[in-house]
Design a protein around this ligand. Sequence first.
Ligand code: TYM
Length: 332
Amino acid sequence: MKRIFSGIKPTGHLTLGNYLGAVRQWVEVDQHQADALFSVVDLHALTVEHDPGRVRRLSRQAATLLLAAGLDPERCTLFVQSHVDEHARLSYLMECVATDGEMRRMIQYKEKSVRARDAGEGVRLSLLTYPALMAADILAYDTDEVPVGEDQTQHVELARDLAVRFNQRYEPVFTVPKATNPKVAARVMDLQDPTSKMGKSHENGSGIVYLLDDEATTRRKIMRAVTDSAQEVVYDRAASPGVTNLLDVLAASTGGDPEVLAGAYTSYGALKKDTADAVVELLRPLRERHAEIAADPAYVDGVLRRGAERARGMARPVVDRAYRAIGLLPPV
Ligand code: TYM
């Protein structure tokens, strides 16, 4: 059976981008077709300025939301990254296989390091080595496929390069993974700034639909989305980024095709209204279920405890093999 691994970082409230770009695929397809592991990757949340209490709260909220979205602990393994020591152990070996040039070329590093400098904060060393930890997440589980939004594809490709390099230089320890993206909405854009990604750690939330926003807020954000000065509804990311983003969201929410949908609209108002309706319907069950699950923290704890045990059992032998292959003396 194919092995799938993916993760989500608790740096902010989960967004419609996370849901359409990744989580929905995990729920609807991956957990049914593969031996799938999903992780709240809290170690990654420490790579930028953070508040310890907030990271703890967001980690629990992310796990609760993933269950509310439909991850079934009987079908998949859900766990918190820091509960499984193997991630940090293997990350160091990845740092010994990767070069600093490879790390500095990562788009996410370039963007986030500029942001940190502009904010007068130091750039944490862990922000640079982030992709080594992410490679460790993936490679520790003999992962075949990594379902992610488009923004994470470059990191998965680096994990792939590191696996191949390690296998050639030392011993064939790692399965070589590949990234998979959803067909529509692999990159959901900010509603107020449709040339940049809808990201959970954005400062201004008016262009971001959070999964836990109430219906009125969701509607308002979509109705106020920036469109274009022309009045035509066309599917063209370069010429009409705002409208194209709405068409992508509508298509992803209703199972339609964005180019076909473009032909069905003559006004932006109607497109916005239908998109708002579709998103509200899509997220309603998730919000309702979230309230139920959040009321039972012991249930969430139990899921995470069992998930970490299972993940540990899977990662331990792979990481032990890598330690030996690279030249470390096994404990006596
Ligand atoms: P993160 O937490 O930023 O996002 C989680 C997932 O949601 C996708 N995503 C989007 N997809 C479409 N449109 C958007 N606007 C959008 N925003 C986010 C992301 O592509 C991702 O699939 N580095 C990863 C977390 C990670 C990971 C891993 C993922 C750490 N280790 C190992 C896979 C495998 C990240 O920051 O995702």
